[in-house]
Design a protein around this ligand. Structure first.
Ligand code: MTE
Length: 306
């Protein structure tokens, strides 16, 4: 039997690591029974690498999710954020809410998100570089926060800014990007129920390398849209400028929807490598979330709006 991906597994069921591990063990065994027998030489399995072979959409192990990261504020190597962010302090944490909003204000993070119902969402996580994971995030729909903040009728976009402090984020001493890291969404994208403000992963507090204490996840977009360690949320009338688009506009658009038919100028986006797998798999339109999001882009040319 192959295990089908469930886009939204209720948080009530699985929150502690022991349960996750049990489930992983279970999925692993299932995947071996299916894939191991037919496709893989037994010598490979015997070599103890079976743990790396997975079913269609198994969870990526916690250790991988938290040690293979993009967070240039802590270095450009995938292993650097984990090493360089160990002492990153995220408490207390302030978030400034600005722009087209009823009451602009600087909030303590705890107060800003107090009472918003946290859920677990298992999402595919697809990086523009061509790798992907499946991650059980913990957080609340961004729409719940936006509703609380009451943007004005003029607000059409919402922008997210990462902390800018090179003493705490040594990667910002390098001019590899324009700091601070800024990302933004159209307001209707932000209000889509899939868009998540993330404060945890695998039922644990979000580690610094994954964007503690709060980051954004938009599962139908390339990972770079999901800004980490957010200190400012600004509502705007005009489309904000965003970090990767400023850096290399021809390669990184504002929308950044996962789209196997629109290649990156330097590589294909039709395939991806799920971390832990050897063969590349097909990338899905909108990362597999077409039913939930295609209406947002009705009538738009997705080649132009990449
Ligand atoms: N946010 C900030 N502030 N800085 C970054 O370098 N990298 C982005 C995104 N958010 C990045 C960021 C990219 S390219 C990806 S793929 C995801 O974070 C990676 O998230 P993860 O490390 O939790 O998998």
């Amino acid at each position: 039997m192959l295990f089908k991906f469930k886009p939204e597994i209720p948080s009530s069921e699985i929150t502690d690591e022991k349960l996750y591990n049990n489930r992983r063990q279970f999925l692993k065994v299932g995947a071996m029974a299916t894939i191991g027998g037919s496709l893989l030489p037994s010598s490979v399995l015997a070599a103890g690498r079976a743990a790396f072979f997975k079913g269609p959409d198994d969870l990526t192990p916690y250790e991988v999710v938290t040690s293979y990261n993009n967070f240039y504020e802590f270095g450009t190597g995938k292993d650097e954020p984990k090493k360089n962010a160990t002492r990153f302090k995220t408490d207390p944490w302030k978030v400034s809410v600005e722009g087209e909003v009823e009451k602009p204000q600087v909030w303590d993070l705890d107060e800003l998100i107090d009472g918003l119902a946290t859920q677990e969402k298992v999402y595919r996580h697809r990086c523009v570089e061509g790798w992907s994971m499946v991650v059980p995030w913990n957080g609340f729909p961004l729409k719940d926060l936006i509703t609380r903040l009451k943007p004005t009728a003029k607000a059409k976009f919402v922008e997210f800014t990462t902390l800018h402090d090179s003493r705490r984020m040594p990667g910002q001493l390098s001019p590899v990007l324009q700091w601070p890291y800024v990302e933004a969404l159209r307001l209707d994208e932000a209000m889509n129920p899939l868009t998540l403000m993330v404060t945890g992963v695998y039922g644990k507090k979000l580690p610094p390398q994954n964007g503690a204490p709060i980051r954004l996840i938009i599962p139908w977009k390339y990972g770079f849209k999901g800004g980490k360690s957010i200190v400012k949320i600004r509502f705007t009338e005009k489309q904000p400028r965003t970090t990767w688009n400023i850096a290399i506009p021809r390669e990184y658009g504002f929308y950044a929807n996962v789209n196997p038919k629109v290649d990156h100028p330097r590589w294909t986006q039709a395939k991806e490598r799920r971390l832990g797998e050897f063969t590349r798999r097909d990338t899905l339109m909108f990362n597999g979330y077409t039913a939930e999001v295609e209406k947002l882009y009705a009538g738009m040319d997705l080649r132009k709006n990449y």
